[in-house]
Design a protein around this ligand. Structure first.
Ligand code: DOR
Length: 316
């Protein structure tokens, strides 16, 4: 089976299974177990301008159907990322999608500028994911992807910083009334693709201590529970593209994918690539396994090319 997928602007990936941002840091631990150059692309943890210690603890809660996190964009900052992580990703031959974040639209642009100026940029960075939907940042974060004008403003400032050969994917939140409105704002402002979805905002209460479990109160829900939400978001945006209501662009699907069949489900809804996130915590080899299972599944159904099934559920 030909698993090649096209993310636009000349970005061809050998297979459509990627890691999800934040679920495997910047790749070093995962690479000890299996070659990350064999993943369709490795998506890095969102990086801001300055080093971040993140939110207070506890900042993780497990639920039977998924995980609630309140990390708060912990990370080394773009300068350390460019100095250490990017050269390492290059040295192992990984295709990287770098996730960027900021507390202002100007910070997003600053991070993009520093990334593009890195000596390893051209050889390593296949695309940039613009994380406008982090639910765990005090003042802004989610606010961007909940508001079309703010989403557009971030993209408008980032686009001029990045060469056209490196597509920008805006990462959207499902926590909005109509995700097609945000999709349209991001695409019209110059995003060349969309990643859907970020985590769904939730709260857990510790019934022993009778108080909220997470230090930051709210967290983002991930895992199997949100897969139908991801499928719904991808479906709605892909349908709007097909109907000509919003610009057409590739979609990267993410949300509760654990198996090849799950990856196929997001693909049938309209995703041209699929990220594996929370599943990595139980099974670090999940991204490689999901790619294998997806290939086997298509083969068993007599489908020669992955690209042939993108969005086909809409035809029926
Ligand atoms: O669930 C999430 N947690 N989504 C993000 O975009 C960021 C992350 C965090 O660091 O809190």
């Amino acid at each position: 089976v030909d698993l090649t997928t096209d993310l636009g602007h000349g970005v061809l990936l050998p297979n459509p299974v990627l890691t999800a941002s934040g679920c495997a840091a910047n790749g070093k631990e995962l690479h000890r177990l299996e070659d990350i150059a064999k993943i369709g692309a490795f998506v890095t943890k969102s990086v801001k301008r300055d080093p971040q210690s993140g939110r207070g603890t506890p900042r993780m809660a497990e639920t039977p159907s998924g995980m609630l996190n309140s990390i708060g964009l912990q990370g080394p900052g773009i300068h350390a990322f460019v100095e250490h992580d990017l050269p390492w990703l290059r040295s192992v031959g990984a295709r990287a999608i770098v996730s960027i974040a900021g507390e202002s639209s100007a910070e997003f642009a600053e991070v993009a500028r520093a990334l593009v100026a890195a000596p390893d940029f051209d050889a390593t960075v296949a695309a940039i994911e613009v994380n406008i939907s982090c639910p765990n940042v005090a003042n802004r974060g989610l606010v961007y992807a909940c508001d079309p004008a703010s989403s557009a403003e971030v993209l408008r400032l980032v686009v001029p910083e990045v060469p056209r050969s490196t597509p920008l994917f805006a990462k959207l939140t499902p926590d909005v009334t109509d995700i097609t409105v945000i999709a349209e704002a991001a695409l019209s402002a110059g995003a060349q693709g969309l990643t859907m979805i970020n985590t769904l905002l939730g709260i857990r209460i510790d019934t022993e201590r009778m108080r909220p479990h997470l230090f930051g109160l709210t967290g983002g829900l991930s895992g199997p529970a949100i897969r139908p939400v991801a499928v719904r978001a991808i479906w709605q945006v892909y349908a709007a593209m097909r109907a000509g209501r919003i610009p057409t662009a590739p979609i990267i699907g993410v949300g509760g994918v654990r198996t090849g069949e799950d990856a196929l489900e997001l693909t049938l809804a309209g995703a041209s690539a699929v990220q594996v996130g929370t599943a990595i915590f139980n099974d670090p080899l999940a991204p490689w396994r999901v790619a294998r299972e997806l290939g086997d599944l298509l083969h068993a159904r007599g489908i020669p090319r992955y690209a042939d099934v993108v969005g086909v559920a809409h035809d029926h």
